[in-house]
Design a binder for this molecule. Structure first.
Ligand SMILES: Cc1cc2nc3c(=O)[nH]c(=O)nc-3n(C[C@H](O)[C@H](O)[C@H](O)COP(=O)(O)O)c2cc1C
Length: 271
């Protein structure tokens, strides 16, 4: 995977009536068999025929195929879900397929039934896959406006150096410039962009800036899912920049606001 597809990805809610060729669907299927989760937490995916399985979303037009993902309830599973599902989204983008993360605007019961969701499992989100229509539906255009989907929070309001008091400007962020910029471009639920990061020498600590109402029994903590997406983008960009490091969980104990949860740290390899 490379950063080209992170830059190319955009939510698609209006699809062409064009069947996905079998060989492309086969590629998606074999991709989904890889274990792409984080912290050894597996995520499983199901490809659904919209008509046969009776699944739908009120904001989607024209898609006849969906992919749903789920995990067994456990610590960090929502982060792993975001990380794995975004890898799928980027892979689909590389195949020329449109996607959109859907957590709220779906007929959740029908999806959960179609994938036979068990008591101890959570299905945070699904995506349609297919070919983007030439023109967005009016509803989609209005949604994008309402969510300000074309914009992102400025770099120095998301990222900090050493502690949360000092903003980090892109020009001074050195090796972290590309990985952090690609975190900034990530999709998030209602475009809230809850990721924050503090750079400390050879480490980058990630935090979730929590907003009330994004965590529930049904979906898990959807903003932790957003953080998984951020970690996915960060790692892909770090790899492309030639950095060698890994994602670990070791809370540095920085002083943080009450609405902030520590998520993970990217640590450069010590040579
Ligand atoms: C976890 C998650 C859940 C989302 N849920 C929905 C949803 O229920 N309905 C919807 O139309 N878009 C949903 N979105 C898409 C976001 O609104 C979209 O990513 C954001 O507005 C930025 O636009 P972009 O993806 O085109 O860059 C979701 C995105 C994420 C990451």
């Amino acid at each position: 995977m490379n950063t080209e597809f992170i830059k190319k990805r955009i939510s698609v809610r209006t699809y062409k009536e064009q069947k996905i060729p079998d060989e492309i669907l086969e590629k998606v299927k074999s991709f989904l068999q890889n274990d792409t989760g984080l912290f050894n937490i597996p995520i499983t995916f199901t490809i659904l025929d919209a008509i046969k399985s009776g699944v739908k979303s009120p904001v989607i037009i024209g898609a006849d195929t969906y992919i749903a993902g789920k995990y067994k309830k456990q610590k960090n599973a929502d982060i792993s879900f975001g990380y794995a599902f975004e890898k799928l989204v980027l892979y689909a983008t590389s195949l020329g397929l449109g996607t959109v993360w859907l957590a709220a605007t779906i007929d959740r019961k029908s999806f959960e039934k179609a994938i036979d969701l068990k008591e101890d499992e959570v299905m945070p989100a699904v995506t349609p896959i297919g070919y983007a229509a030439d023109k967005r539906s009016l509803r989609e255009s209005m949604m994008r406006k309402g969510l300000k989907s074309e914009t992102r929070v400025p770099f120095d309001q998301l990222f900090f150096k050493d502690n949360f008091d000092k903003p980090l400007y892109k020009e001074e962020s050195g090796i972290w410039a590309l990985p952090l910029e690609l975190v900034r471009l990530a999709p998030s639920a209602t475009n809230k962009q809850p990721w924050r990061a503090v750079v400390e020498k050879d480490k980058v600590h990630f935090y979730e800036k929590k907003t009330k109402g994004y965590a529930s029994e049904d979906t898990g903590d959807i903003q932790k899912v957003d953080l998984g997406i951020a970690l996915c983008h960060f790692e892909i960009a770090a790899q492309e920049s030639g950095l060698e490091g890994q994602l670990i969980q070791k809370n540095p104990g920085l002083s943080v606001a009450e609405d902030m949860d520590y998520i993970a740290t990217y640590q450069l390899e010590v040579k």
